[in-house]
Ligand binder design. Structure first.
Ligand SMILES: Nc1ncnc2c1ncn2[C@@H]1O[C@H](COP(=O)(O)OP(=O)(O)OP(=O)(O)O)[C@@H](O)[C@H]1O
Ligand SMILES: [Mg+2]
Length: 139
């Protein structure tokens, strides 16, 4: 399965990325609950690209390590960057006066989470979900 990459410029791009993410998650063997988690993560990261960075790129990549496989969701932008990442990761912190639940939610929904940001340069988020051994062996 090839990685999928697309520019996120408009609302319709969000849905294109979510549909592709669902297809990839299904093909990798994620169950319905994990597929929904992955869809929410793609929604939150793509919304952040549109709302806070004026657009960016999303990358969906099948990954494997030892005997496990998973899906990495990456959001990359050349927006204004995040001055205080610890603050941005707190529940309820939002410069857009919305819930401030996106980034902390993404971290909780996935297994691995990395964020790097430089003011004036941009932001890079990478979040990975691994297929649980149980649901893989059932297929
Ligand atoms: N790609 C980004 N570029 C610049 N700033 C960002 C980016 N993503 C998040 N932020 C900053 O981090 C804050 C927290 O993000 P988070 O997604 O948790 O909340 P939110 O987008 O403000 O609200 P919600 O996602 O709940 O609607 C944002 O308010 C914004 O200041
Ligand atoms: Mg958000």
């Amino acid at each position: 399965m090839q990685p999928f990459m697309c520019s996120i410029r408009r609302d319709v791009d969000v849905y294109i990325a979510i549909v592709r993410g669902r297809e990839m998650a299904d093909a990798l063997g994620f169950d319905a609950i994990d597929r929904t988690r992955i869809e929410i993560v793609i929604l939150e990261l793509t919304r952040n690209l549109l709302v806070h960075a004026g657009g960016g790129q999303i990358r969906l990549e099948p990954v494997s390590q030892y005997d496990r496989c998973g899906l990495a969701v990456e959001a990359i932008d050349q927006g204004p960057g995040i001055p205080d990442i610890a603050l941005a990761m707190q529940d309820g912190y939002s410069t857009a006066h919305t819930l401030g639940a996106g980034l902390p939610g993404v971290k909780r929904l996935m297994d691995d989470f990395h964020i790097a940001s430089t003011v004036g340069v941009g932001t890079h988020v990478r979040a990975t979900k691994w297929v649980p051994q149980r649901s893989r062996s059932r297929r």
